[in-house]
Each structure stands twice: as structure tokens, then as C-alpha cells.
Design a protein around this ligand. Sequence first.
Ligand code: FES
Length: 144
Amino acid sequence: MALYSEKVMDHFLHPRNVGVIEDADGVGEVGNAKCGDIMKIFLKIDDGVVTDAKFSTFGCGSAIASSSMATEMIIGQPVDKVMELTNKAVVEALDGLPAYKLHCSVLAEEAVKAALKDYFDKNNIPYDPAQFPDCPSCASCEMH
Ligand code: FES
């Protein structure tokens, strides 16, 4: 079996939603200290719905595929649904990642959540800080 699924290769070679949203309503930037990869996600939010999402990822192919898939999954979704996005859901949508690459999908979850937190902060929208732990997916992260 190939190391990477066709979907991972497709999103790596033809990433969706690459770029920057200049007037984004929320921006989240996260990095993984061990591999050095950095992911930035930009969200446009209208009436509680994510109407656009873009990403800039300086990282490995799995990180690029994860960011691409994550943006596809959240565009058109209400904020409370986007809050529930997990790296596991991103990995499933990509038809899997090798175990030692799961942390790349964790970056996507973290970046989306960081962008939502930025949106909440900028708009004085109350939230439970426990929803934004430093690393929301440590249980599934192989890196630390
Ligand atoms: Fe760092 Fe993939 S190796 S995010």
C-alpha cells in the first residue's frame, strides 16, 4: 500500500484555499517546535458562519494536505461546528496519514481553533478558555 492516500497526494499537489485573507475576521498561527513547521489560517466569518478560509503553511506535505482539507471542511460551516473540528476528522477526510505524520493534522486543528479564538477575542464574544488548551490534541499527537 502506498504510504500516502490519493487524497493526501491530491491536496498536497493541488492544495485548495492557499493564500491570505487581508481583512480576515480571525487569524491563527501555530507551529510545531520539533519539526519547525508553521501554519497560518485566515477566516472570514459572517453572521456566525465561516464564509471563507485560506491558509499559508510552511511545512511538510502532510501539513499542507491537512490545511487544505481543513479549510475545505470548515467553509460554509457555523462557528460552533467549526469549533468541533478535530485532527482525527481531518485525517479521516484525507483517508488516513501515517502514524508519524498525525502531528501534522494536529497543526491544522490548532490553527483553526487559534483563528476562532482570535475572532472571539476581537469581537468580545465570550468563550470558555478550557476550549483552547495549548495543545488540544495531545492525546493523538506523536511528537511530544
Ligand atoms: Fe511538521 Fe508535518 S513534519 S507538520
